[in-house]
Design a protein. Structure first.
Lengths: 247, 165
């Protein structure tokens, strides 16, 4: 059970850390000061969620600490969604990715607040409120871009089309033993609420929902795009050069 | 008599820990915030339990360190600070005294009954300077992860609001 539980925690922690790191790459490059602060705040929420999940995994027997889990695992050991490791692209891709993921993460964490594991439920209770802000913020931007100028509309639609094949992976089956024990929600059960959120916002944004297509997969098994290794090389560079550094 | 000694130690430790302030909002103590949860006596020492506010709050590390220092200054040698996650902190745990101090400091306190309804309700933050409710949200993500930026239309002053969580 403890291996299964740490597997669950690492999947969710890796999602949060990888997306948090991608958002942090905007620091110093955002289109406006207001958005600069917003993106840094969103990244901080996600990295904080990741930290709590890694610390819980460590305390339940992975035998490593949170820093080892974040900074000394290679790309094949990361089990995050492929969607979250893709490069930021332009601002529309960043916004569309955050929206597509938050529309899933928001109901996921809300459902996880009643997990039979008290510590995971407590982490979910925080993550749920934070993710609600992320969903609202990214939805407002997607509407502004989609229903904005010809250029912003074109870019927002292109972002959606590019990311769409990566959305199926969010709903892949979670560990059935943990689902049966009411420790984690089953992601497949969130498809309807995700569809409703996405369709509502896309309609308001005058964007077209991409057609159903073949879905990318592999992140949960450690098979990643070529982008994750490069991202980790930067993210882990200081920790790998100075292992165990204290200051 | 052991019971009395334990109680005295517990109270001394609580008083010392309760004086630690939030490094980002130094008018609030961790007792005002609801971050200080419990003091447990263990033999001659104590365990102080604190709970994190926001997932990514960078102040938690400093708060834990400050609690250790405060206990050492109070002459309590054997002390450890532990972090408890459950139940999860919410802005509803902020004390009345804390809300009043925030307002006097120029920060609008968080809306009550933190929950999804409050999170998505039509928000109104009263101006902490002139009290007007004719205010406008300028930026949802403000100077720290726990604040949003507002402006008062009546007195024109910009101000922070402690966000509902």
């Amino acid at each position: 059970m403890s291996d299964r539980f740490s597997g669950l925690l690492l999947r969710r922690a890796d999602d949060a850390l990888v997306l948090g790191h991608r958002l942090s790459e905007w620091t110093g490059h955002a289109p406006s000061l207001e958005e600069e602060l917003a993106l840094a705040n969103l990244a901080l929420d996600l990295i904080g969620q990741a930290r709590a999940l890694y610390a819980l995994a460590a305390s339940r027997g992975t035998g490593e600490d949170e820093d080892l889990l974040a900074y000394l695992r290679g790309d094949r050991e990361y089990t995050n969604l492929l969607l979250l490791e893709l490069p930021n692209g332009d601002f529309a891709v960043t916004v569309a990715r955050l929206f597509l993921y938050s529309a899933f993460a928001d109901p996921f964490w809300r459902a996880a607040t009643v997990s039979r594991d008290r510590d995971l439920a407590a982490i979910a209770a925080k993550a749920e409120k934070e993710t609600a802000y992320h969903l609202r913020h990214s939805a407002e931007w997607l509407i502004r871009l989609g229903d904005g100028t010809e250029e912003s509309h074109r870019r927002a639609q292109a972002a959606l089309d590019r990311l769409w094949p990566y959305t199926g992976e969010m709903f892949e089956a979670e560990d059935d033993v943990l689902v049966a024990a009411d420790i984690t929600p089953e992601p497949a059960g969130l498809v309807e609420v995700w569809d409703r959120t996405v369709d509502g916002v896309l309609a308001e944004a005058t964007l077209v929902r991409p057609k159903a297509c073949w879905m990318q997969s592999g992140g949960r098994a450690g098979r990643h795009t070529e982008h994750l290794g490069h991202m980790l090389a930067v993210m882990q560079s200081v920790a790998r050069v100075h292992p165990g550094a204290k200051w | 008599m052991v019971g009395l000694r334990e109680r005295a130690l517990r109270e001394r430790a609580w008083a010392a820990a309760a004086g630690v302030v939030d490094p980002e909002i130094p008018v609030l103590t961790i007792e005002d915030l609801g971050v200080l949860r419990e003091v447990v006596v263990e033999g001659d020492g104590v365990e102080v339990r604190i709970t994190p506010t926001y997932s990514g709050c960078p102040a938690m590390g400093v708060i834990a360190l400050e609690v250790e220092l405060a206990l050492a200054r109070a002459g309590i040698g054997q002390a450890r600070v532990t972090t408890v996650m459950a139940p999860a902190w919410t802005t509803d745990w902020m004390s009345e005294a804390g809300r009043a101090k925030l307002l006097a400091y120029g920060i609008a306190p968080p809306p009550r009954a933190a929950g999804r309804r409050a999170l998505f309700a039509t928000e109104v933050a009263g101006c902490p300077r002139c009290g007007s409710e004719d205010t406008v949200l300028l930026a949802e993500f403000g100077s720290t992860a726990c604040k949003s930026l507002w402006q008062c239309r009546a007195c024109r002053e910009p101000f922070d609001q402690f966000k509902c969580h």
